[in-house]
Design a binder for this molecule. Structure first.
Ligand SMILES: Cc1cc2nc3c(=O)[nH]c(=O)nc-3n(C[C@H](O)[C@H](O)[C@H](O)COP(=O)(O)OP(=O)(O)OC[C@H]3O[C@@H](n4cnc5c(N)ncnc54)[C@H](O)[C@@H]3O)c2cc1C
Length: 535
């Protein structure tokens, strides 16, 4: 058994921020299911939104966030996070993050502007901000004597008071599979943090890395935490469609520089959907592409920038040009096949501004959590900011708590399970789930499609539960179990919203209600093993 003061599950920006803020005073265990740098944080390209320029203001950043969130942002959370944005960026600079500099700017740094922002306020490191941030923080983590980093360790479930037969709702650590040894490790901790990222992989097409399987949300739900606004999934309109390239974004800048969206026969379709054509906001473009793909039964549409001079394309989009060329697509000569793809999970485990969930000693930070900042639609580049600000606040709260006596914790018991006989069940169900979510719970929704998806997902859930109870645990089984549970939460939340708002668009309820309300799902009572089952 391993013992830490604090167990952090996930090594994205949320988990790293907590680890570094805690490690001077606490023994920290940081577990991550692949290598430390694999996660959405390292994939982030654009940057981090923050009020750095004296011409900008907290009020303007708040207003932009509230407008994007379509009436559903939590005002206090938004203010708290934006007010701490400058401090968060200075912390990163003090650690050595190489943000792009600009001598002509008052701040000394180059600030870009993204959709929905009324000012230039995105600080960035060229077009690979996430990688610059996580590699800098990652070096500090590896060098810190108080942080034990365990890569290739996937958390299975939290160790809760219910699981130990104790009264109340408290978390005492987690069970995790050491993938190299193929053994389950018991990890005891006074405080536990879910920093597991989002659930983009619940969909067939996603810009997210393989790690984004909703593990944090599902583990928290099973431990007794409520979730909020799970129906709001942000889709990026243009992800490269190619069998050898998953998760490659074709930046919005391509449309900004004149890229035209076409059907396979070359017909331009955006002007029929919005007067701003290709320059319409993200969700409108994604919805139009989805509509055309469903109407014509297409696998993808095409984004065409090839009519521009070849040198212009190569100099503006060097990464996209070379990545596509490697796959045999010369974007100076031919259009790029694209599909919309699941990009960001706006909802998640309900937390306060210290990252506290409904379960004592259990915190959730980053994309697994829902502080209320994103409302019904995330404003670009606010998510990394949320990881930084709430990560620090959670660490400060943990540091202020007195040490508690830990109860005896039993080791993981797998004496009653056997080796799986048919691994195909996992791969088949994984594909079926992601396809059903894409077809029935995608960008444009109807109640009938959602009901159909719920039936399928519940059948899959029964099958997976049975498999889980009878066979040895594996990485794929853990992820599939979490994906199915997260999918059910997304569908139930979507069914509960009888309006269209922000990222949730229902053909049956196209209007927006006057009063904005959160969708909150509460776990049913715990089962005999101490974990919540879906209702
Ligand atoms: C392509 C792309 C571009 C983006 N660009 C931007 C941008 O420019 N600006 C911005 O603000 N946001 C951007 N985002 C969103 C942003 O990157 C994420 O919201 C943010 O990084 C989430 O951080 P996180 O720490 O919560 O999760 P992640 O960075 O995803 O980290 C999650 C971690 O948890 C681990 N994990 C998951 N489950 C388990 C488990 N069961 N056991 C152990 N470990 C586990 C993973 O391995 C990973 O280490 C982008 C996202 C993508 C996909």
């Amino acid at each position: 058994m391993l013992k830490f003061d604090v167990l952090i599950i996930g090594s994205g920006l949320a988990g790293m921020t907590l680890a570094l803020h805690l490690a001077e005073q606490r023994k920290v265990g940081l577990i991550t299911k692949r290598d430390m740098l694999e996660g959405s944080s390292s994939y982030a390209q654009g940057g981090i939104a923050a009020v750095l320029d004296t011409e900008d203001s907290v009020e303007e950043h708040i207003r932009d966030t509230l407008v994007a969130g379509a009436g559903l942002c939590d005002a206090a959370a938004t203010r708290f996070i934006v007010e701490h944005s400058e401090e968060a960026i200075h912390w990163l600079i003090s650690l050595g993050v190489p943000f792009t500099k600009d001598k002509t700017n008052r701040t000394g740094y180059h600030l870009t502007r993204e959709g929905g922002h009324s000012r230039r306020r995105i600080i960035h490191a060229a077009d690979a901000t996430g990688a610059a941030v996580t590699s800098t923080l990652g070096r500090k983590i590896k060098a810190h004597p108080n942080i034990t980093l365990l890569e290739d360790h996937i958390a299975i479930d939290l160790i809760t008071a219910g699981k130990l037969g104790l009264p109340g709702q408290r978390c005492f650590g987690a069970y995790a599979l050491d993938k190299e040894k193929d053994e389950v490790e018991t990890i005891a901790a006074r405080h536990t943090i879910l920093a597991c990222g989002g659930a983009g992989k619940v969909y067939l097409y996603s810009t997210n890395p393989y790690t984004a399987t909703g593990d944090g949300i599902a583990m928290g739900w099973r431990a007794g935490c409520r979730v909020r606004n799970m129906e709001f999934i942000q889709f990026h309109p243009t992800c490269l469609y190619h069998s050898h390239s998953e998760s490659f974004l074709i930046s919005e800048a391509v449309r900004g520089e004149g890229g035209i969206l076409r059907l396979p026969d070359g017909t331009r379709f955006m002007p029929q959907h919005d007067a701003r054509a290709e320059l319409a906001p993200r969700d409108i473009v994604a919805r139009a592409i989805d509509f055309e793909m469903k109407r014509h039964g297409l696998d993808c549409v095409y984004l065409d920038i090839s009519y521009k001079p070849s040198e212009f394309v190569k100099s503006h989009f060097p990464n996209i040009y070379s990545h596509c060329l490697e796959l045999g697509i010369d974007i100076t000569q031919e259009p790029i096949p694209v599909v919309p793809a699941a990009h960001y999970t706006c909802g998640g485990l309900i937390t306060d501004l210290k990252g506290r969930t409904d379960v004592d000693a259990l915190y959730a930070v980053g994309e697994s959590a829902c502080t209320g900042l994103h409302g019904a639609n995330r404003l670009a580049s606010n998510s990394l900011l949320e990881c930084l600000v709430i990560g620090k606040a959670a660490a400060e709260h943990i540091l202020a708590q007195p040490a508690i006596e830990m109860p005896p914790i039993p080791e993981w018991d797998d004496s009653r399970v056997s080796d799986p006989d048919e691994a195909v069940v996992i791969s088949h169900n994984w594909d079926e789930l992601r396809r059903a979510m894409w077809d029935y719970v995608g960008i444009v929704r109807t109640s009938k499609r959602l009901e159909r998806a719920l039936n399928r997902v519940r059948m899959l859930e029964n099958e997976i539960d049975e498999y889980y109870s009878n066979f040895h645990i594996s990485n794929d089984l853990i992820e599939l179990r979490n994906l199915v549970q997260t999918a059910e939460l997304i569908i139930r939340s979507a069914l509960a919203r009888t309006e269209s708002r922000g990222l949730h668009f229902s053909r049956d309820f196209p209007d927006t209600m006057t009063e904005a309300r959160d969708t909150v799902l509460t776990p049913p009572t715990l089962n005999s093993e101490g974990y919540a089952q879906n209702a």
